[in-house]
Design a protein around this ligand. Structure first.
Ligand code: AMP
Ligand code: ZN
Length: 663
């Protein structure tokens, strides 16, 4: 690095003479760039412009400068240095205009002070960079004694650097399993070199790292470390480590391996064990597994999935929306928009009204080349097929997800990453994503041997049904077929994108989608910010694979954004989902089916505990990652406030939605 620098020298000489010529030609000979200034003012200006490494000041003519006489005095050589140093000089040169003498002087300065200054500066920059690096870094001596750890390492390990420096990792107390695993991993790596980068093995940090538990703001450190839970991430880390010492051909082959691993479905984490918090394991069991172990033999009963085709709402146009509704919808672009007020004024038909407004804002009719009448008819058919009898999965939830999706689509980075087709697909996917939801989970339908579970082989039962039904309802009547005027290829692309997004809302794939997003979007973005030479442009419009990951993440976040809504709305949603789960438990008991989520028993459930678990397990990491991409400070603040609300209730052993005094 030093060799490639061209040194710059500034000569400050009031007059040109043999001495200034001597330095000038010496610079020429040494290959330095040289400027000459005649006055202090021009010298300062020139220095501020070029930041020369060496400055030579002519003191022979400066009568009133103390150092001058000292400088010329041969008798007091020892004593003469100090005042010069105080004055900011660090070397003096006795008058000698020979080019060789000047050259030798300059070369000595370069190889002595200037180069060591550079090294110090470089060292400082390296340590500043290490200090700010979001990945945990430690530097050890040959005998594995820790010389340096960065703050990310301290956070990851839960030790202060005072406890680490001068020690061997192997000697540190391993107070919990995650730390022990982590220490073992690091110790295994440590034989490979002196500097190691190690991702954090977080385990379940809600249990083991209380200091992280209340942190609700995004941090790339956390994002970098999130995916270690999945075995695939350990594999990727091992390959990364192996690449460091491999020949180029092997490293390149491993790059291709990594590419495959990063984009193939291998990311599902190991699910929790029996000793986990029951709220978490119930939610995980209820939302992420398809059926119970003690699944009964097929009962031959059909579930109570009903094909709702309730009466369509009165036809409306966007222009004759009642004023009370129009007024409410004026605020539709705000995150704090109150969907429950819209539900009330529209008599539980919020989806049609919000849909008309939002679809018009995004130019959906123009894109699809369909009339507003067709769009309205379509929205009415879709909304009519949501069950208004469900506490949670009714058309207000669909409208809420549509609202969140539209909000996300307005964010700069999201907008810049997607095409209009993606926007249209996302709005349609959000609208239909839970259509005809029976108010029961996939596990319930599988356990009950419902028609839908049989039809879809116990696999993504509901999500498959929502998507299939949405297309059936759309194309079966030309009056509501919003796709009727687009060409075949267009239709296929749009259809594919909609199917992909609705299927992405299935919770068994939750970690896969989040981890892929982190690995393919957040990490390359962070690397770019940290100034790596990665040439990829992860969010550019030309990367369809990344656009797919962004769209999946967007609908997933929109689908479960209720913990990020203002407190009152968040509480209402928590009440609704709890009621729907309670109703399922009631029915499971009534019918003698396995109880999928026993904690959701209306007689015993602590709603605050269930919300804390839901946020810890599904929400925090996902929104950290989404926020790091889309920049959503208001949502993250609501999430922090809402989490605090549930914690406060739980600390007071309150099991309901609010303190009795607040309700
Ligand atoms: P979906 O069925 O498409 O709405 O998928 C989202 C999943 O997250 C559903 O299974 C919901 O039951 C679940 N969910 C959403 N919000 C909450 C919440 N506040 N508490 C617990 N589970 C929730
Ligand atoms: Zn949903």
């Amino acid at each position: 690095m030093l060799c490639s620098l061209v040194f710059q020298v500034l000569l400050i000489f009031a007059k040109e003479d043999s001495q200034s010529d001597g330095f000038w030609w010496a610079c020429d000979r040494a290959g330095y760039r040289c400027n000459i200034a005649r006055t202090p003012e021009s010298a300062l200006e020139c220095f501020l412009d070029k930041h020369h490494e060496i400055i030579v000041i002519d003191h022979r003519q400066t009568r009133n400068f103390d150092a001058e006489s000292v400088c010329r005095s041969d008798d007091h050589e020892e004593a003469s240095v100090l005042p010069l140093l105080h004055a900011g000089f660090n070397r003096r040169f006795m008058e000698n205009s020979s080019i060789i003498a000047c050259y030798n002087e300059l070369i000595q300065i370069e190889h002595g002070e200037v180069r060591s200054q550079f090294k110090l500066r470089a060292c400082n920059s390296v340590f500043t960079a290490l200090d700010h690096c979001h990945e945990a870094i430690e530097i050890t001596s040959d005998d594995h004694v820790i010389q340096y750890v960065n703050p990310a390492f301290e956070r990851m390990m839960g030790y202060h650097k005072g406890e680490l420096l001068g020690k061997e990792l192997a000697d540190l107390p391993k107070s919990d399993k995650n730390r022990a695993d982590l220490l073992d991993t690091i110790n295994t790596c440590i034989k490979k070199g002196k500097i190691h980068k190690i991702h954090r093995d977080s385990g379940d940090n809600s249990q083991t790292a209380p200091s992280l538990q209340n942190r609700r703001y995004p941090s790339m450190a956390r994002i970098h470390s999130m995916t270690i839970e999945a075995p695939i991430t350990k594999v990727i880390n091992i390959i990364n480590a192996a690449q460091e010492n491999s020949p180029v051909t092997v490293a390149e082959a491993l790059d291709r391996v990594l590419e495959i691993l990063r984009t193939t479905e291998l990311y599902s984490p190991q699910l929790g064990t029996k000793d986990e918090d029951p709220h978490t394991s119930d939610l995980v069991g209820g939302l992420m597994t398809v059926s119970d172990e003690e699944k009964p033999e097929c009962r031959g009963t059909t579930s109570n999935v009903h094909q709702s085709h309730s009466h369509l709402a009165m036809p409306i146009t966007i222009n004759d929306v009642p004023p009370s509704i129009a007024q409410l919808l004026d605020n539709e672009e705000s995150w704090d928009f109150n969907i429950f007020e819209l539900e009330a004024v529209t008599h539980k038909r919020p989806l049609v009204y919000l849909g008309l407004k939002v679809f018009s804002r995004f130019g959906v009719c123009e894109f699809l080349n369909c009339s507003e009448t067709t769009l309205r008819a379509w929205l009415q058919v879709i909304e009519a097929n949501y069950h208004s009898s469900n506490a949670y999965h009714n058309s207000t939830h669909a409208a809420d997800v549509l609202h969140a999706t539209a909000f996300f689509l307005g964010k700069e980075r999201v907008k810049g990453s997607l095409d209009q087709l993606d926007e249209v697909a996302a709005l349609i996917a959000a609208t239909v994503h839970d259509v005809d939801h029976p108010g029961r989970t996939n596990s319930f339908l599988c356990n009950a041997g419902s028609e839908l579970a049989v039809l879809y082989n116990d696999t993504a039962v509901l999500e498959s049904h929502h998507t299939a039904l949405a297309f059936q309802l759309t194309v079966k009547d030309t009056k509501c077929n919003i796709f009727k005027n687009i060409d075949r290829n267009h239709y296929r692309t749009l259809r594919q994108a909609i199917i992909d997004m609705v299927l992405a809302t299935e919770m068994t794939k939750h970690f896969e989608h989040v981890n892929k997003f982190v690995n393919s979007i957040n990490k390359p973005m962070a690397a770019e910010v940290e100034g790596s030479d990665c040439e990829c442009n992860p969010t550019g419009k030309n990367f369809p694979e990344n656009q797919i990951l962004i769209k999946r993440m967007m609908i997933k976040c929109a689908d479960v954004a209720n913990p990020c809504r203002p407190l009152d709305l968040c509480i209402e949603w928590a009440g609704r989902i709890s009621e729907e789960y309670f109703a399922q438990t009631d029915e499971e008991k009534r019918q003698g089916l396995p109880v999928v989520m026993p904690v959701f028993d209306r007689n015993t459930c602590s709603i605050p505990k269930s919300q804390i678990s839901f946020i810890d397990y599904f929400i925090t990491d996902m929104f950290d990652a989404w926020d790091a991409f889309a920049h959503l400070p208001a949502l993250m603040q609501h999430l922090a406030d809402n989490y605090k609300h549930w914690k406060t209730l739980d600390d007071l052993k309150c099991k309901s939605l609010r303190l009795p005094s607040d309700s």
